[in-house]
Write a new protein. Structure first.
Length: 533
């Protein structure tokens, strides 16, 4: 009788078992090593990114301070006085304070210290150096940081733009700096700012008044050095509409104001050119003769309730993030405005809700302080800087190195009664010469007028000027675009994406700008009926 088959089978020998286990061990060790190296690289990358971000934030803050400084002195850290020893209200110091966890970057004022780079909570040991360059008009700034052996240094050259002509940066090199900030002219907030371009005064903001009653006036501030060319006594205003009068007053050696006021005998329905005549021929500019006028253009007035008076008019919200730049007035009717992540805003802000300003955002500037009206609460945090008078009904809170130069007034606030018009009928748009668009992909043309019955998406890298878009849904401007015109989405949203520029007026339920540049431009024809506005 033969043996059972199972009795003939053989198991693994000891050598085979040891060999297999060794191979498995090698695979496990190799896999763990790869995982460990990857995990270490991942965490090192996170730490490096954290250090770079915090160093960049400190550098941006210090750079912004120095650009707006009217007096700068480079010094060593041991020369910085204690808070109680600061005698001047406008004296500011930026320097390092060491601790057991490393050195923090601190902004010291008479009212106390604000930590810009926090070694304790951020776990970063900061470094700071200053050096005067180019005959005391440029400051070389170096900010460094190290955390868990991951280091990063950032060098920046800052032009001290607000130093008086005769002044220079004092001191050669050091680890601290003392400076005074340029004092904003808050008395000028009722102005309509203008600039001289090719000898023509061009309105900038807000262009939302009609010269029709004795209470109205336009004050023009020309931001150009005119003192070497003529004096205020050499200027005469001519060609004013009947019933209006003008006065000229010097503000500074670099600017003047023209006030146009009165009751016009008839409504101003067209653009009116008002000549500002220069009588004196003794001036340095050979291209501008005594008979050549500066032209002040008075536009037909838009009432404050007209959405076209504003860069943005949105009932729900307006969000500005990630190094965006905004130039223009905004009115938000119901919810909130959020400005964050190194964004800069110059203009008047009306919010029938709450306002949040944070993460190194900036409102206004020393040259052009803003004005803010908020029906709800105002929260300013995380190294945000505000050059503005703030009028608010709710609460105002500040933390984490927030900084305000201007008045903070808790009072009743009136918001312009801007109503969002409804879309007109398709026939209305067709009669007005609009192209009716039913496709998601439609090639737009300069100067075109479009009524989108589907979402509108402007492709990346588009260049379109003076377009008008009315949409039943949303409007999206893609990356790296340059667009001017009117965007009207009363039932949808407008999104302006990375590195895109827009100039004009936006009306939508919700507006978002991310790494974008937006500026106001007035138009005289809108994609809705304006007779009732």
């Amino acid at each position: 009788m033969g043996e059972e088959p199972w009795l003939k089978s053989k198991g693994f020998t000891l050598i085979e078992t040891i060999l297999v286990l060794s191979i498995i061990g090698i695979v496990i060790v190799t896999g763990f090593s790869i995982y460990s190296l990857g995990n270490t690289a991942y965490h090192s990358g996170q730490v490096r990114s954290h250090v770079q971000y915090e160093v960049q934030m400190v550098s941006d803050y210090v750079t912004r301070q120095l650009r707006y400084a009217s007096e700068i002195y480079i010094m060593d850290t041991d020369e910085v006085p204690d808070v109680d020893a600061i005698t001047e209200e406008d004296d500011n110091y930026i320097f390092l304070i060491p601790s057991g966890q490393g050195s923090s970057v601190v902004h010291r004022m008479k009212k106390g210290d604000h930590i810009i780079g926090d070694a304790v909570n951020k776990g970063i040991d900061f470094g700071l150096q200053f050096q005067s360059k180019q005959a005391g008009k440029v400051i070389w700034l170096k900010v460094g940081g190290i955390c868990k052996s991951q280091g990063y240094n950032l060098d920046t050259e800052v032009f001290a733009a607000n130093l008086p002509e005769a002044k220079r940066v004092s001191g050669e090199a050091g680890t601290a700096i003392r400076y005074k900030l340029y004092n904003p002219d808050f008395a000028s907030q009722d102005k309509i700012y203008a600039r001289v371009v090719d000898e023509t005064i061009t309105m900038i903001s807000p262009e939302n008044r009609r010269v029709s009653s004795g209470d109205d006036s336009w004050i023009i501030a020309v931001d150009k050095d005119l003192s070497s060319r003529f004096s205020i006594d050499d200027l005469v205003v001519e060609n004013l509409p009947q019933g209006l009068s003008a006065s000229i007053k010097a503000i500074t050696p670099n600017s003047f104001k023209i006030t146009v006021a009165g009751i016009a005998d008839k409504s101003i329905n067209n653009i009116v050119d008002v000549s500002v005549i220069i009588k004196n021929t003794a001036m340095e500019n050979p291209n501008l003769q005594a008979s050549d006028p500066l032209i002040l253009k008075i536009y037909p007035g838009l009432s404050p309730s007209h959405p076209g008076s504003y860069l943005i008019s949105s009932p729900t919200s307006f969000t500005v993030t990630n190094n965006s730049y905004i130039q223009g007035d905004v009115v938000i009717n119901e919810n909130k405005v959020q400005i964050a992540n190194n964004s800069v805003w110059n203009g008047i802000i009306y919010v029938d809700g709450d306002l949040e300003i944070e993460n190194h955002a900036q409102i206004g500037s020393p040259d052009h302080p803003s004005i803010i009206f908020v029906k709800g609460n105002v929260h300013i945090a995380n190294n945000a800087m505000v050059y503005a008078n703030i009028y608010y009904e709710g609460n105002l809170t500040m933390d984490n190195n927030a900084y305000i130069i201007g008045e903070q007034v808790n009072t009743e606030v009136n918001i312009p009664p801007v109503s969002i018009p409804a879309l007109e009928s398709e026939e209305w748009y067709r009669d007005k010469g609009y192209t009716i668009v039913n496709s998601l992909h439609y090639e737009l043309q300069h100067g075109g007028k479009y009524y989108f019955k589907v979402p509108c998406h402007i492709p990346n890298d588009s260049q379109l000027y003076d377009i008008t878009i009315a949409s039943t849904s949303s409007i999206v401007i893609g990356n790296n675009c340059n667009i001017s015109g009117i965007l009207f989405a009363p039932d949808g949203e407008v999104h302006i994406e990375n590195n895109s520029r827009f100039s004009g007026s936006i009306t939508a339920q919700k507006t978002e700008a991310d790494k974008a540049m937006l500026s106001y431009r007035k138009y005289h024809e809108y994609p809705y009926e304006t007779s009732d506005l």
